[in-house]
Design a protein around this ligand. Structure first.
Ligand code: NAD
Length: 502
């Protein structure tokens, strides 16, 4: 089918041949090359997108450098005003953004409508409001001196995001960076560039000065690496795999750029014997099956107290089996396809790994047949593993794939929960207050949810420890990450005794 017909069928208004966004304009890549973007529902072509290379990165950095002096000196409230306007525009274009996101990533449209788009709008709004609230300090020092700190933007910031939540993750990265007065070179994932290009269009409408934001779809090894290596980029903020995170750290050594990493996870979701089982079953399904499990904070290791394990699974397995898989654009769909055929194959590969290590498939474990066979679908999959050390209980699968283990007491639960190299998000379900807070203290994680899972808010710090990376997105922490502190000393009336009396 012709590209424009595909777009029309999906109800898209945006042109389907996309360009890079550099210096406030949509332009072709210097090489003229493009990348195809596929619909994971049936692997049909949705768009051809210009593919950035090192020359385009250089052009974007130059545009950002040229825009920086004016942008960082602009009244913070005026920077904020542009982000507030952008938040309004995201809401005005909500349906188109939701469709683009669903078409490109496979998110069920009902999730794109009630989660991805509203969360994106609130993130731009939160940081729009934050721009003139974040401030330096005055420090009480010795008599006669005034000492204060300035919070300065770090400069030109490179941002690299993955394909699992492209719309939301670009807002998590761009909103605080811009509020703090930085200019941005953003690279969306090669397979999901569409919603961020729509945001570029809305940025221009919101009055963002040219060069402040540059959006460059392209391959990780080419455009991503060029951003990571760039000597005049002052900071990289990255979300993606731990392997790529390591490469980015290595590349940062050249100009000692700041690095912020949000990497993988292997979230423990612990259900104690005194939990509200109905809430825990629903919460556990949400924790792993939302977005087809393609979330760094997914509750991918379900840990059940041995006394309630059978009762829990009696409810959990039929719930998983009843989740409605289908075309993401259908409002009745509860689970869409994985975002790429590569990711589907990777997840199915892990089903085999689980079986090879003696894992018992309690639900799913296959790609569905029929109409969905040509898409990137995987059934909701539950695997009882033999040991917390099994590969599927240690490695990030990044799909609708949850491992089940039982434990006998709190000590064993904590030991299992903390037994991976990751440390991003963990959840626990209990009615014992002391236990809840003790686990919150003792879990190796950047985020802990008690009697819930996967809550996020632009005000609440987001990030991990260990192989899950470092630095925090969201809230005041994000503003700290995107600024550097300058300490200013003023001699107000100090009489200084000369050191070198002559
Ligand atoms: P990835 O780390 O390769 O890609 C993430 C982003 O980094 C993309 O924009 C990519 O183009 C870019 N990139 C790739 N190589 C680069 C390089 N050398 N220099 C700079 N940028 C580079 O992740 P993936 O291939 O998309 O997914 C692989 C696995 O990573 C998944 O299966 C999952 O386990 C994990 N993952 C985690 C997250 C998360 O949110 N933490 C997101 C996506 C993927």
């Amino acid at each position: 089918m012709d590209l424009s017909e595909i777009a029309k069928a999906a109800g898209l208004r945006t042109p389907v041949r996309h360009q890079l966004f550099i210096n406030g304009e949509f332009v072709d890549a210097a090489s003229g090359e493009t990348l195809p973007t596929l619909n994971p529902h049936d692997n049909s072509l949705i768009a051809e997108v210009a593919m950035a290379g090192a020359a385009d990165v250089e052009k974007a950095v130059q545009a950002a450098e040229a825009a920086l002096p004016k942008w960082q000196r602009m009244a913070a409230m005026d920077r904020g005003r542009i982000l507030l306007k952008l938040a309004d525009l995201v809401e005005e274009n909500a349906e188109e953004l939701a469709r683009l996101e669903s078409l490109d990533t496979g998110h069920p449209i009902r999730d794109s409508r009630i989660l991805d788009v509203p969360r994106t709008a609130v993130t731009y709004r939160y940081f729009g409001g934050m721009a003139d609230k974040f401030q330096g300090e005055q420090i009480p020092v010795e008599a006669g001196f005034l000492n204060y700190t300035l919070r300065e933007p770090v400069g030109v910031v490179g941002q690299i995001v993955p394909w699992n939540f492209p719309l939301m993750f670009t807002s998590w990265k761009m909103a605080p960076a811009l509020a703090a007065g930085n200019c941005v070179v953003m690279k969306p994932a090669e397979i999901t560039p569409l919603s961020s290009l729509k945001i570029a269009e809305l940025m221009a409408q919101a009055g963002m000065p040219p060069g402040v934001v540059n959006i460059l779809p392209g391959l990780g090894q080419i455009a991503g690496q060029a951003i990571a290596d760039h000597e005049r980029i002052a900071k990289i903020a990255f979300t993606g795999s731990t392997a790529t995170g390591r490469r980015i750290v290595q590349a940062s050594a050249g100009n000692l750029k700041k690095v912020q990493l949000e990497l993988g996870g292997k979230g423990a979701n612990i259900v104690f014997e005194d939990a509200n089982l109905v809430a825990a079953v629903n919460g556990a399904a949400w924790a792993i099956f939302h977005n087809q499990g393609q979330a760094c904070i997914a509750g991918s290791r379900l840990m059940l107290h041995e006394k309630i394990a059978d009762a829990f699974l009696e409810k959990f397995i039929p719930l998983a089996n009843s989740i409605r898989l289908g075309n993401p654009l259908d409002p009745n769909t509860e689970m869409g396809p994985l975002t790429s055929a590569q990711q589907r194959d990777r997840v199915l590969g892990y089903v085999q790994v689980a079986k090879d290590q003696g894992g018992e498939i309690l639900a799913g474990g296959q790609a569905p047949g029929g109409e969905l066979a040509k898409g990137c679908y995987v059934q909701p999959t539950i695997v009882r593993v033999k040991s917390a050390q099994d590969r599927v209980a240690q490695e990030e699968v990044f799909g609708p794939f949850v491992t089940v283990l039982t434990f006998k007491d709190d000590a064993e639960a904590l030991q299992i929960a903390n037994s991976t190299d990751y440390g991003l998000g963990s959840g626990l379900w209990t009615s014992n207050l002391q236990r809840a807070h003790r686990f919150a203290r003792d879990l190796k994680a950047g985020m802990v949810w008690i009697n819930s899972y996967k809550r996020v808010n632009p005000g609440s710090p987001f990030g991990g420890t260990g192989l899950s990376g470092y630095g925090r997105e969201m809230g005041f922490d994000a503003m700290r990450e995107y600024t550097q502190v300058k300490s200013v000393w003023v001699n107000v009336d100090a009489q200084i005794t000369p050191h070198y009396a002559r």
